[in-house]
Ligand binder design. Structure first.
Ligand code: COA
Ligand code: HC5
Length: 631
């Protein structure tokens, strides 16, 4: 049984009876999760006037005075009573009344499923776990076995609906995304992709896929009595897999999934014409998750090591290395290298980063307390190797995908910045929000590099609302620009610079508050545009305006994803001349990953990371000097 991931289907998933717990506890837990989920508020549609005013304010630091006059006129016409905006707003409000979340499906389509760019690098993020100390295959497999057991332990909480509800700002969050990350997979389509979720239905999958040397295996991870395999059992199974995949000359069929979606969509239809191939692909798609046992990477200096591992998580290093040792459509792929590198990549359409990272924290905690205990062995069947019949046409598609991936790998510059001078504690000690502090440092770094600011987006969670995904916090504000300009002005006294910094942080906090409460502008503008596409014959002028294109071109795309584990998170830039900046602030240090495209002459990830480090240090000095002076 499978289910195309739609919002109503995901609700069904919450009421799936649990097979692993006694009926009494099932009823109690099931009721609790349902009450929580049903009690979540619906995402509001912000007032039209508010969005129009905030849109103009967001444009202020980004466009010329002349353009501003033009856009202000368009916006004013748009929001006139009885005008186009008014009609679209009413239509949107009607949709909001009729659906559980008026924007989530549109968002999933436009941000992910309609996108024709490869998922690797363009939308799938990477997570790097702290380096492990194994250097051989025994260590690699022991680690992988524990990791698999840890994910199964997490899965048991999902299955039994005992996952603790998360909170943000004291409010409970929508837990739906947790039900989308396991046993799901993206499927390429000629124009638009879909996501299938196999966890919904009577017979949810009991196997994972393991890939080694480009060869895929079905590993059943439950005993016949329904109990999960022990670490020891999994280890023995992984050894069998390893020993049956020693040949290194296999066709990297998985690299097909790294291609442009249209190209992959065509190759996919061709691939699954063959019955054996179709069954193999289906087994991968249905599996609970995937584990990639990676070959060692070329040796690099310690300084470069972090960048290389982040790249390994994002794309696998190219066709000669591990890019073929993946199935990029699979929602969750854990990656364990023979050289101690480990982490994951995930396909973004079904869920956001925080649920995935929460799962990682759980698995890391589980691995710390679990030792390999030798258990009496009942012989388990050999994991089944998935067969692929490679026709000349498929071989050609693989060659094309390899070439494309190798170009992409050369295109992406990934810089990991382990900022060790301070972490969250420092801004907190000055009664400042760490996240806003880091965002303003990013503004300062960009300004220092370019002597101008750019459209910047920070991801904010909308999970306070039923089926909520994300909203954008626009971090470039008139106030952030005033601060960054003042920092360039030697005659401005420190007290004034500090005042401007605090003001910029305050405004960022206000924007964050508005965003997580469903009152920001980007999803509202998307909703109005989508209604216009559905209802009108032509797009309203504000969406055709140059200012709208400028405002939507995020040269800086940033996201904070916090974790208990000392992870580095990363993703690629959103525009050809932009940066992707992901950060994980810990108490006493901050892990950043900055990405840019090598083909763009204007961007340079190493340079921006250096400016970022300087900006963070400068802002610390400023705060300290000013507080010393006022003592
Ligand atoms: N003085 C002292 N401490 C402060 C403070 C102040 N003025 N302002 C905030 N803090 C504290 C907070 O209480 C919090 O404490 P904790 O470490 O004990 O939890 C900590 O500093 C962090 O707060 P802050 O840095 O302000 O950020 P946040 O946790 O509110 O996060 C967002 C801001 C936007 C990142 C968050 O709201 C969000 O939406 N997260 C999800 C983003 C997401 O989904 N990203 C991935 C998309 S795939
Ligand atoms: C493990 C890190 C995950 C971060 C993912 C993230 O921030 O995704 C963004 C989600 C959003 O809607 O803003 C999208 N992005 C990958 C394109 C930044």
């Amino acid at each position: 049984m499978l289910c195309v991931l739609t919002r109503s289907a995901s609700r069904t998933c919450l009421v799936k009876p649990c097979l692993l717990l006694s009926p009494v506890s099932v009823v109690q837990i099931f009721d609790r999760s349902l009450v929580h989920q049903e009690g979540l508020p619906k995402l509001p549609v912000p007032p039209l006037k508010q969005t129009c005013a905030r849109y103009l304010a967001a444009l202020e630091p980004l466009i010329s005075a002349e353009e501003m006059v033009h856009t202000r006129k368009l916006v004013q016409e748009f929001q006139l009573p009885g005008g186009v905006g008014d009609r679209l707003q009413k239509s949107l409000e009607r949709k909001a009344r009729k659906t559980e979340n008026w924007v989530s499906d549109w968002w999933m389509q436009s941000a992910y499923l309609d996108s024709r760019m490869p998922v690797a690098m363009y939308t799938s993020p990477g997570v790097v776990l702290p380096r492990m100390h194994f250097q051989d295959r025994q260590g690699q497999m022991r680690f992988a076995a524990k990791l698999i057991a840890g994910v199964l332990d997490f899965k048991s909480m999902i299955d039994s609906k005992t996952l603790p509800v998360e909170y943000l700002g004291g409010k409970p969050l929508c837990m739906d995304q947790y039900y989308q990350v396991l046993s799901s997979c993206r499927i390429p389509g000629p124009k638009r992709d879909t996501v299938l979720n196999y966890a919904i239905g009577k017979t949810s999958p009991t196997h994972i896929t393991v890939v080694h040397n480009f060869q895929y295996f079905v590993l059943d991870v439950y005993n016949s009595d329904g109990s999960p395999l022990t670490v020891d059992q999994i280890y023995v199974q992984l050894e069998k897999i390893w020993n049956s995949s020693l040949q290194t000359n296999k066709e990297p069929v998985g690299i097909l999934t790294s291609n442009h979606r249209n190209t992959w969509g065509k190759a996919y239809n061709n691939l699954i014409k063959d019955k054996t191939n179709k069954e193999s692909v289906r087994a991968i798609q249905k599996s609970i998750f995937m584990v990639c046992l990676d070959a060692p990477k070329p040796r690099v200096s310690d300084e470069m090591y972090h960048n290389k591992v982040a790249a390994q998580m994002l794309h696998g290093g190219g066709s000669r290395w591990n890019s073929g040792n993946r199935w990029f459509d699979k929602t969750l792929q854990f990656i364990v290298g023979e050289d101690g590198s480990c982490g994951l990549t995930y396909e973004h359409a079904p869920a956001e980063g925080p649920p995935v990272v929460f799962l990682v924290d759980h698995v890391v905690g589980y691995m710390k307390k679990t030792e390999m205990v030798r258990t009496p062995m009942i012989p388990l069947p050999m994991p089944v190797k998935l067969r692929f019949n490679i026709t000349p046409e498929i071989k050609k598609d693989i060659e094309k995908a390899k070439q494309n991936m190798n170009i992409m790998v050369h295109e992406l510059d990934v810089r990991v910045l382990n900022f060790t001078h301070y972490g969250k504690k420092f801004p907190k000690s000055h009664k400042l929000s760490p996240d806003a502090f880091i965002q303003i440092a990013l503004q300062l770094a960009y300004y220092r590099m370019y002597q101008t600011c750019c459209p910047t987006s920070e991801s904010a969670s909308l999970r306070m609302f039923k089926l909520g995904r994300t909203e954008a916090i626009r971090s470039t504000t008139t106030e952030s620009l005033q601060f960054t300009q003042a920092m360039y002005e030697p005659s401005t006294p420190n007290s004034e610079k500090a005042r401007l910094l605090e003001m910029a942080i305050k405004v960022h906090r206000e924007h964050t508050h508005m965003a997580i409460h469903g009152q920001a502008i980007d999803r509202h503008l998307l909703g109005l545009k989508m209604v216009a596409i559905e209802d009108l014959t032509s797009l309203p002028e504000i969406f055709m305006d140059t200012s709208f294109a400028v405002a939507s071109h995020f040269n800086l795309f940033t996201s904070q994803v916090g974790s208990k584990t000392d992870c580095v998170m990363c993703f690629g830039p959103m525009v050809p001349d932009g940066y992707g900046v992901c950060y994980n602030p810990m108490d006493d240090h901050i892990n950043f990953a900055v990405t840019a495209f090598n083909s763009c002459e204007e961007t340079n990830a190493t340079k921006l990371s250096r400016f970022l480090e300087d900006a963070l240090l400068e802002m610390k000095t400023l705060m300290e000097q000013v507080s010393k002076a006022s003592d």
